[in-house]
Design a protein around this ligand. Structure first.
Ligand code: FAD
Length: 390
């Protein structure tokens, strides 16, 4: 059967669009199926969905010729973590790891828009918007996708990048394991009196972390994890009352909040697909895994999936070949499982019983006093080889 595209990607979020851009830039014929409309250029106040991009993610995105929008992103050079009730305190600096910055915080919709702008310049990429898959069947040479706009597409490989509630995963009969952390995160965008754009910090409290993600200018995104009912009650406060509640509860270094520009809350869950691959099918990004956001790594590991899958596809004539997909799965499952274990560990160390919290303290102090271990940890968090000199 004739193929419409070499690769069809379902989901044009940041992960799916980044894979399409990388493959399209390398000359691969790609179809991108997105349920929503073509993204439009963001303006005005920052959206609440902000993500950090580490060094490997930035390299992957820039390798497709996509520019990270400077006006809606903020580079940071230091990461600090400490325990509100204990003595553990650790500061990681990019320079100590041979990097000029740790990464960039970027507005999700600005990154998605930049990627789509790039896709529109790549002749091998066709975007199908406002449509979604209804059914899918694989043969030995291709996989067919029936869309809800009456179209069918055939490709050597169909990739599911359609997020945590992936339709493609469901159509392929791939099960997921889930875990509820019984926490809810209140995300608040604020304007602060103090400038603090060089550093991202996180203060661990027994009910969950309080995190500050810098944005350009005197702006920041704050994440406040707590019990479900407490978070919902805070979310209902007026802007003025919420600003004062943040000033009272957050570390003093945050200083005065001048304005609250947005808020929303999310339940914190983890999710992991039992398989990442099927016949001529692969899952990447949140379709394959959702991790606790406390380490800011969910998007990063999704982009690392896309990076590994792009290498797999570009290295062979038949992109949907099973042994190659198996290698992709093995490589990514190991890395993602390690990230899930690390974020779980952080969660339990800092919100668990007192002895566990003391162990967490101890971990922060040890990290602070062992420069080599610190350097390896921060390179690992950046998706880089922890043993390399640069
Ligand atoms: C509070 C919070 C803070 C976070 N902070 C960070 C951070 O600092 N750093 C970080 O790395 N990660 C962070 N994350 C995680 C990060 O936001 C996600 O991992 C990332 O958005 C996943 O991207 P994705 O492209 O895989 O999925 P999504 O962003 O969900 O995109 C999926 C796309 O598929 C489309 N779609 C869905 N269903 C269909 C369908 N049936 N057919 C066609 N298209 C479909 C959607 O419209 C969407 O465009 C955070 C998450 C939370 C909740």
């Amino acid at each position: 059967m004739q193929r419409d595209h070499e690769i069809v990607i379902v989901g044009g979020g940041m992960v799916g669009a980044a894979l399409a851009a990388r493959l399209g830039y390398a000359g691969v014929n790609v179809g991108l199926v997105e349920r929503g409309a073509t993204p439009t250029e963001p303006s005005g106040d920052f959206d609440l969905r902000i993500s950090s991009l580490n060094a490997r993610s930035l390299d992957f995105i820039e390798a497709s010729g996509t520019q990270i929008p400077a006006s809606r992103s903020c580079s940071f050079r230091h990461i600090e973590g400490w325990n509100q009730q204990g003595r553990g305190h650790s500061v990681f600096s990019a320079a100590d790891s041979g990097l000029d910055r740790f990464g960039v915080f970027v507005e999700n919709r600005a990154l998605q828009y930049a990627l789509w702008q790039r896709l529109h310049t790549l002749p091998g990429v066709t975007c199908y918007t406002r449509c979604a898959p209804l059914s899918t069947v694989a043969s030995s040479h291709s996989r067919m996708l029936e869309l809800d706009n009456g179209k069918t597409l055939n490709a050597a490989l169909v990739v599911g990048a359609d997020g945590a509630r992936s339709t493609l995963r469901e159509l392929a009969g791939i099960e997921i394991g889930t875990y509820d952390y019984r926490q809810r995160a209140l995300i608040t965008n604020v304007e602060t009196e103090l400038p603090q754009q060089d550093v991202s910090w996180q203060c661990f409290t027994p009910t969950g972390p309080q995190a500050m993600l810098p944005l350009p200018g005197h702006r920041a995104s704050l994440i406040w994890y707590d019990r479900d009912t407490t978070t919902r009650a805070r979310e209902m406060l007026s802007d003025e009352a919420l600003a004062r509640a943040i000033e009272a509860a957050f570390p003093q270094r945050l200083g005065r909040i001048l304005r609250v520009t947005g808020r929303a809350s999310f339940p914190i869950k983890r999710q992991h697909a039992k398989r990442y691959i099927g016949k001529r099918l692969a899952l990447i990004g949140d379709a394959a895994h959702v991790v606790h956001p406390l380490a800011g790594q969910g998007l990063n590991i999704g982009l690392h999936d896309a990076d590994t899958l792009a290498d797999t596809i570009l290295a062979r004539r038949d992109a949907g070949e099973h042994p190659a997909l198996l290698r992709f799965e093995l490589q990514r499952r190991l890395a993602n499982q390690a990230m899930i274990a690390a974020t779980d560990g952080f969660h339990h160390l800092f919100t668990g019983a007192k002895p566990l919290r003391q162990l967490g303290d101890c971990g922060l102090s040890v990290a602070e006093h062992l420069p080599a271990a610190k350097r390896m940890m921060s390179r690992q968090a950046n998706g880089l080889n922890p043993f390399a000199k640069r």
